[in-house]
Structures are given as C-alpha cells and as structure tokens.
Design a protein around this ligand. Structure first.
Ligand code: HPA
Length: 270
C-alpha cells in the first residue's frame, strides 16, 4: 500500500471512526444528498494526502460520515474528472483509501445524457454495465497479475436487484442500462451519439468508469446510479451546456436523493 493511502486510511479511522460498509460518491446534481446525513462529521479532502485537489465549482471535496435513515454511511462530495487532466487515475488514492479503511461498497452517482427515447430528463438509470469508450485506465503503471482485473459483473448483480426493489417501494421507476464513458469536457456530436447507441449504450457521461475499475481492483463492490439531465446530442433539439445539466439536476434532485436514501437503507452487503 502506498504511503499516502495508508496515512489517509489512518486519518479516516481516527477522525471518522470505523469504516461504514457503504461509501456514496456524489456526482453533479447529487450534492443535496449530503443534507440527508444525520449526526454528520466532516473531513475535507485537503486533510487526506491520497485525495485529489478539486477545481470544478460546486464540488466541495469532503468526506462526511453519519446516518441515513439510521444506517451509517460515508458520503464523498467531489470527484476529480479525467477531462481535467487527461488521466483516468484522479480518484485512485481516494478510493484505495476507502478500501483500506474497510469500506465494502462504492455506490456512485452521476449526471448523464439519455440515449434512450423512453428515458427522460430527470429519470434515473441503474448502471448494469459500462463501455470504456475512452480506453484509458486508472491501472496504468500497476505491476503484477492483479492489474488484469476481471470486469464481468462489475456492477454487483445481487445489490442491483436490491436497489431496484428499494426504488420500487418509493414509486421511482429505475431504468437499467449500459453507461458509455466519454472523456469530454465537450459534449458529443450527434454522430458520436448514433455510434454509442449502436454500441448498445443507453446513457453517456464523463465519469464513473475509472472509479468502478479502481474500486473493483481494490476488492470493493460497485453500484452506480445515473440521473438523466438531458437527451443526448441530436435526440432532441436542445443545446447542451453545463448550466442546462445543473438546472435539470436541481429540478430532479429531491426525488433522486430520496431514492438514493431508500437504496442506501435497503442494501444488505454480504
Ligand atoms: N454527455 C456527456 N456527459 C453528460 C451529458 C451528456 O449528454 N449529460 C450529463 N453529462
């Protein structure tokens, strides 16, 4: 284990106590989930040497531990994106620190464009599998056989079934589908969206896939929830922008956050 990871894991333990089983990594639009956490204790990323320094506005960069519906969880607000540096390993140290601390499940959230006409802005999709379209890996530079990480069932099938059931009790229709990771930061062309649809993806976004690879390699289970903030390029006549993404996310966040809380409460990790 690298020194920064060991020291970050020790600080997490010292300041926040024993690791909860679940860490929720919040993406664009999901920040209000931090308000669901009761009896919260916060630790800024800046105090954890393996954690990234964040630039994009709206991302606080903090680990919060507390209870959601009586269940203790860790919430990570703030992600380093590959479009900031060109590298897929921005969250490598952070996620390895969570694993070293003792977290069992990385529950990710993100904002994505819908490539399925039946999946509308504001709706949620549970990721069943992904396409690493970027073909960049956070594991470049690793040595040894463990780098050849198996990626079948990357999004835990048993936990996915639990998540769908939990969303159902809330009356939230949870779509399930394949998420295509693009580098960004520009949005896609309509031709690129036609290609990704032909490849079999239903949602497109600029995050999550590197973190899934890191977490699986670190021995954690993974679940991921995408909030559709727009129809992908060429599918509607809208002009895409980050402001548009955030506006839709804000409008949809109350239901999304309530659904996430229900999922967190229901999950039983073995
Ligand atoms: N494309 C890529 N990333 C996104 C999109 C999109 O349409 N919407 C939100 N994140």
């Amino acid at each position: 284990m690298n020194e920064h990871v060991a020291s970050s894991a020790a600080t997490l333990q010292q300041r926040l106590g024993p690791a909860p089983a679940i860490a929720v990594l919040l993406g664009s639009g999901w920040a209000p989930f931090t308000d669901q956490v009761q009896g919260a204790t916060d630790l800024p990323y800046a105090e954890l040497p393996a954690f990234p320094a964040l630039a994009v506005g709206g991302h606080k960069g903090l680990v919060r531990v507390g209870a959601v519906g009586g269940k203790r969880v860790a919430v990570l607000a703030g992600r380093k994106h590959a479009y900031e540096t060109g590298h897929a390993d921005g969250m490598l140290g952070a996620i390895r620190s969570l694993a070293a601390w003792g977290v069992k499940l990385l529950l990710q959230t993100n904002a994505a464009g819908s490539m399925d006409a039946a999946m509308r802005p504001g709706e949620l999709m549970l990721i069943s599998d992904h396409l690493n379209v970027v073909q960049r890996s956070p594991l470049i530079g690793e040595a040894g056989d463990a780098r050849f990480q198996d990626m079948s069932s990357a999004y835990d099938p048993a936990l996915r079934a639990q998540a769908v059931a939990a969303a159902g009790t809330m009356g939230t229709a949870l779509h399930e589908g394949v998420y295509a990771w693009v580098l960004g930061p520009q949005f896609e062309t309509p031709a690129e969206i036609r290609m990704l649809r032909a490849f079999g993806a239903q949602a497109v976004g600029m995050s999550t896939v590197p973190e899934t690879i890191i977490a699986r390699h670190a021995g954690m289970k993974v679940l991921a929830l995408s909030m559709m903030t727009n129809m992908a390029a060429g599918m509607d006549n809208e002009v895409l922008s980050h402001a548009h993404t955030l506006a839709t996310a804000n409008a949809a966040s109350a239901r999304a956050v309530a659904t996430l809380a229900a999922v967190v409460q229901a999950l039983e990790i073995r």
